[in-house]
Design a protein around this ligand. Structure first.
Ligand code: GLU
Length: 378
């Protein structure tokens, strides 16, 4: 628009008119062919654009973001008590951003998240996109296991349309409730065309994180969602969506026919560690074991010997770390090649578990192939 500044006012008016006509025409084409209409930066606020607002499907699952106060005490609340419609209507200005429809998929604290709810979400999102019912999806979710749901969905959804998970650390009834602003920002990101092709995202407290990178890092702070190994993808400021990183490569696996996913246990390593937890997992017929190891995915000699035994029986053994930051690399202190183990790279134990479950469900159990999958998506 800089050049227009130097033109006479008549020419300027005519150019602006032409530009408006072009925008209206392109929106009309989008509507005719059913193409999504995503928000641009600094959109012109014409009535035609309002009529063509992007369609966002909000799927509610519960969590603190849908929490209401409980008489037990000042900080007490019940997660998931507020319904999807009520959540939307509590956020001023949402209707200016998008044409929203809401569905209640579950009403739980995310500590109770199940494979059944994951499958419901995956099927509903895929259906909404395949049938052109929505241009983007926003999922409200408890923060405790948000990273696992986000990562699961990122591995199984076949779409380049934006899917954004959002939660809050404070219930709606708390002083400084963060839910409404987080929902507003999640919808902002969901309707922004820069979000296309970025896989599943998490938006909380102004920040945008990828499903692969994000993890909950603080038990109470609103700035809890961080990506210690990959860094955040971007942020939202005063109505702008700003991505700092290029689009990341993604990985796609087939969604199994039905829940549950194969049983994969996480075993937490500690000093004076014996083999008993690993022996239990083998006896309980776990299909995979994720070691939340010390340092770079290490554990005691007794535990390593038991893990070798598990691997020799065809159980997928993945070494991750209980440390909050850093990669677990192959063959450093532990001889993965000899023992038949897999190194989790950047994935924390709970994410490594999700990937391992889906790989096993897809028939991928050979440690070399499993390792390739852990290296994929970087
Ligand atoms: N434990 C609940 C959940 O994850 C509340 C925590 C939260 O939403 O932040 O759903």
């Amino acid at each position: 628009m800089m050049t227009i500044t130097f033109l006479s006012s008549t020419i300027r008016k005519s150019l602006v008119q032409k530009l408006r006509t072009a925008v209206v025409a392109s929106l009309a084409v989008g509507l005719v062919v059913g193409a999504p209409v995503y928000a641009q930066e600094n959109p012109m606020n014409t009535s035609t654009q309002k009529a063509a607002l992007p369609r966002v499907l909000l799927l509610a699952t519960g969590g603190t973001i849908a929490g209401s106060a409980d008489s037990r005490g000042s900080g007490a609340y019940n997660a998931g008590a507020i319904g999807a419609q009520q959540l939307i209507s509590s956020v001023a200005g949402l209707g200016e951003l998008a044409s929203l429809s809401a569905e209640q998929v579950a009403s739980i604290g995310s500590q109770d998240m199940t494979d059944d709810v994951w499958f419901k979400l995956a099927h509903r999102i895929q259906e909404a996109f395949d049938k052109h019912e929505a241009d983007s999806v926003v999922i409200t979710h408890g923060t405790d296991t948000m990273e696992e749901t986000a990562y699961f969905l990122s591995l199984v959804l076949k779409t380049d349309k934006p899917v954004v998970l959002v939660g809050s650390m404070r219930p709606a009834t708390a002083l400084g409730a963060d839910g409404p602003a987080n929902i507003y920002q999640a919808v902002q990101v969901a309707v922004d065309r820069q979000s296309i092709g970025r896989g599943v995202l998490v938006v909380m407290n102004d920040q945008i994180d990828s499903a692969r990178g994000v993890t909950k890092t603080h038990s109470t702070s609103v700035q809890t969602m961080q990506s210690p190994n990959l860094g955040s993808q971007g942020y939202v400021d005063l109505g702008h969506v700003r991505f700092l990183q290029p689009v990341q490569p993604s990985q796609l696996l087939t969604l199994p026919k039905a829940a549950p996913l194969p049983r994969v246990e996480i075993i937490y390593s500690h000093s004076n560690m014996d083999a008993s937890q690993i022996e239990h997992a083998i006896a309980d017929k776990a299909k995979g074991i994720i070691l939340a190891g010390m340092g770079d995915g290490n554990t005691s000699k007794a535990a390593l010997a038991a893990l070798e035994k598990a691997a020799s029986q065809g159980i997928v053994v993945v070494r991750s770390t209980r440390v909050s930051k850093g990669y677990v690399n192959r063959d450093v202190e532990v001889d993965d090649s000899k023992s038949g183990f897999v190194a989790s790279m950047d994935l924390n134990p709970q994410k490594a578990r999700v990937l391992t479950q889906l790989l096993i469900a897809n028939g991928i159990t050979d440690p070399v192939k499993v390792q390739e999958a852990f290296l994929n998506g970087h």
